[in-house]
Design a protein around this ligand. Structure first.
Ligand code: BV8
Length: 236
């Protein structure tokens, strides 16, 4: 798509940086630690196998913490775009918080799962979950005490890949917001989008690992650069 035509179909990818100003630590800014753990040591099936209590407590802490946070102007601007955009729009988030939904976004896909869901390893059903899992509560669907966080760990298949690639194939514009481009397959979406002819834009505090793949990068805090970009999109 050339610069001059107005895009019709947009794919947006967000990462921890969009929730930073809501007070949720990003992975990088806390030095790769969440609650004093290296994410690779707790966000893997092996870690869960080895020490389920450590992993359950790690997620219980974060599940409780996110419920006390609020969406910021960047989440809210994306919700306005979602409500007013006439073309296709898919907001793919790597985040497991629910701030996009609480800001009002509707067309959201959590490719790495959600803090506020529990996944029963006995019956495979997912239930809305706001409390702790450490005391092994019963699955609301089957009663088994076999609930785990409904979060995609390293080595596990992200959710919604078919839907994401289908949206990327149709996209005229791919926008990456608040992500370091460190984790795949999300970090590869910009290349997929370029190969499919989309224009690519990065909105981030600092250049990401994939910056070279973006036609345009705008650096700054999400609460500045995202509302500015959304205003441009809705005026064009
Ligand atoms: C898979 C849920 C197969 C858990 C997460 C070797 C080479 C390449 C790949 C691999 C490899 N070895 C293994 C892999 C695959 C692996 C991977 O990529 N590893 C990395 C470490 C190399 N990936 C996987 O295992 C994935 N699964 O590959 O399965 C497959 C492949 C293809 C198709 C099907 C199947 C599963 C990965 C999912 C892991 N789960 N989250 C949890 O949250 O607890 S990852 C987690 O970390 C997040 O979801 C996110 O993805 C990542 C953190 O990244 P960001 O969101 O970008 O956050 P970060 O802190 O890094 O950066 C923040 C950015 O914001 C910064 O740039 C900063 O400048 C900016 N910022 C800060 N403040 C602001 C701001 N921007 C704007 N405003 C601000 N105020």
């Amino acid at each position: 798509m050339g610069d001059m035509e107005r895009p019709r179909n947009i794919v947006i990818l967000t990462g921890a940086g969009i929730s930073a100003e809501s007070g949720i630590d990003t992975f990088r800014d806390s030095g790769g630690l969440w609650e004093q753990h290296r994410v690779e040591d707790v966000a893997t099936p092996e870690a869960f196998e080895r020490d389920p209590n450590l992993v359950l407590r790690f997620y219980d802490l974060r599940r409780e913490a996110v419920q006390a946070k609020l969406p910021n102007f960047a989440h809210e601007a994306l919700a306005i775009l979602d409500a007013q955009w006439k073309g296709e729009l898919l907001l793919v988030t790597q985040n497991v918080d629910d701030l996009h939904e609480r800001a009002g976004s509707r067309r959201v896909l959590h490719m790495h799962g959600e803090h506020l869901n529990a996944w029963c390893t006995a019956c495979d059903r997912r239930s809305r979950w706001t409390g702790p899992l450490i005391d092994r509560p019963a699955c609301p669907a089957c009663g088994a005490r076999a609930l785990r966080p409904d979060v995609v760990w390293f080595g596990e298949m992200p959710y919604g890949m078919e839907r994401i690639y289908a949206a990327i194939r149709q996209a005229d514009l791919f926008v990456s917001i608040g992500t370091s481009g460190a984790v795949y397959p999300a970090a590869g979406f910009v290349r997929d989008a370029r190969e499919c002819g989309a224009r690519t834009l990065e909105l981030n505090l600092e250049p990401s690992q994939g910056s070279v793949w973006f036609h345009e990068s705008r650096l700054g805090p999400a609460t500045d650069v995202v509302p500015e970009w959304v205003a441009e999109m809705l005026q064009s």
